[in-house]
Design a protein around this ligand. Structure first.
Ligand SMILES: NC(=O)C1=CN([C@@H]2O[C@H](COP(=O)(O)OP(=O)(O)OC[C@H]3O[C@@H](n4cnc5c(N)ncnc54)[C@H](OP(=O)(O)O)[C@@H]3O)[C@@H](O)[C@H]2O)C=CC1
Ligand SMILES: Cc1cn([C@H]2C[C@H](O)[C@@H](COP(=O)(O)OP(=O)(O)O[C@H]3O[C@@H](C)C(=O)[C@@H](O)[C@H]3O)O2)c(=O)[nH]c1=O
Ligand SMILES: [Mg+2]
Length: 308
């Protein structure tokens, strides 16, 4: 057996493979086993029956679930859909995984916190979502934890990369079109590279598979289960992130005119959803438990910009 690879013919069921994190996972999980990534028409996360039926048909060893409702502002007016995808589907995934004895890898968000204080949050800190999106993600975490399935929940923040819908690509586009961009400078956190998250996930799966060789599958899963914070290293604001990205891009394209990036406060940028002012996540547990350190945001930014 190749170190850390799944036993032969074992399957990984991947949701949301067209999303930012799912797209990266499709590539990083491929060497580990047989990855099955159903189209939305096959497995609609908003439809519990299709989720259940697909899991029963695939009988995976792992279910990796980056699929989610991620439109933070729109969720305020579509709470039922947000909860169906972010909570009810996760409950079904947990129930079916428990029956199969499968391991679940799930992703959650800094938006489960209310953003009070300035310290990076640890996994055991009190939650208090301020948005429908955050509350729906928290409900998903709880449903999975209560399902009895072996599970890892990776709470991350500010996910971005060279593809997909994300803040970086939005800002770089707007910066070419406009004279100035006004960006909030009082929400603090760290951007996380989608590929780094996918690599971390593959690493954790390999660790679990290796542990399973010695203590058995069930014990290995149980031992790894829990919530882990997994966000980029460092600490910044949306304003500083945007300013840094545009500055780096200016240096790469000296002939192009980019917008001036202006610092504003959250009350100058009204949105339907409230967002935490402190999104910092302390990732020590991930480092100690799995020996994985997430990349510093400035380092991943450089790599992502080089791919554009
Ligand atoms: N983006 C971020 O900044 C952060 C994300 N997270 C969490 O990380 C995880 C991954 O996020 P990210 O990759 O950025 O999200 P994306 O929005 O890029 O991808 C989500 C994926 O879920 C799919 N999806 C949505 N609704 C359904 C449905 N009804 N049936 C089937 N598939 C569906 C989407 O499909 P389609 O492409 O067709 O829309 C998309 O492929 C999520 O759990 C998210 O909550 C946590 C913190 C920050
Ligand atoms: C486009 C733009 C945004 N902003 C602000 C709004 C917001 O506070 C911040 C980031 O904008 P976004 O639309 O990317 O924010 P948002 O969609 O809330 O990003 C969140 O997505 C979900 C899925 C998560 O889980 C979170 O970790 C976080 O990444 O920047 C400006 O101030 N000026 C601008 O021109
Ligand atoms: Mg968004």
């Amino acid at each position: 057996m190749v170190f850390g690879r799944l036993p032969s013919e074992e399957r990984i069921l991947l949701t949301g493979a067209k999303g930012q994190v799912g797209g990266e996972l499709l590539k990083t999980l491929e060497p580990l086993g047989v990855v099955i990534a159903p189209e939305r028409a096959m497995m609609d996360l908003a439809d519990a029956t299709s989720v259940r039926d697909t899991i029963r048909a695939v009988r995976p060893r792992w279910i990796v679930n980056p699929g989610a409702y991620t439109e933070v502002d729109r969720a305020e007016s579509e709470p039922d859909l947000a909860y169906a995808i972010n909570a009810e589907a996760v409950k079904v995934i947990g129930e079916e995984a428990r029956v199969l004895g499968a391991g679940v890898i799930h992703f959650s968000t800094d938006y489960v916190f209310d953003g009070s204080g300035e310290e990076p949050y640890v996994e055991t800190d009190t939650v208090g979502p301020m948005s429908v999106y955050g509350a729906s993600k928290l409900a998903g975490e709880r449903a999975l934890a209560e399902s009895g399935a072996g599970h890892m929940i990776f709470r991350t923040s500010w996910v971005y990369g060279a593809r997909g819908k994300n803040f970086l690509l939005t800002i770089l586009k707007l910066a070419r079109e406009r004279e100035a961009l006004r960006i909030v400078d009082d929400q603090h956190g760290a951007p996380t590279w989608s590929r780094d998250l996918a690599r971390m996930t593959a690493h954790v799966i390999k660790r679990c598979e290796a542990t399973a060789q010695t203590i058995g599958w069930k014990a290995a899963l149980q031992d790894a289960s829990g919530v882990y914070h997994a966000a980029g290293g460092g600490d910044t604001s949306w304003f500083e992130f945007a300013a840094e990205a545009v500055q780096q891009q200016r240096e790469k394209e000296p002939g192009v005119r980019f917008a001036k990036i202006e610092s504003i406060s959250t009350d100058q940028y009204p949105t339907p959803a409230r967002r935490p002012s402190n999104s910092r996540l302390n990732c020590t547990k991930l480092k100690e438990r799995f020996e994985w350190t997430m990349m510093y945001w400035r380092d991943s930014l450089r790599e992502v910009l080089s791919e554009l």
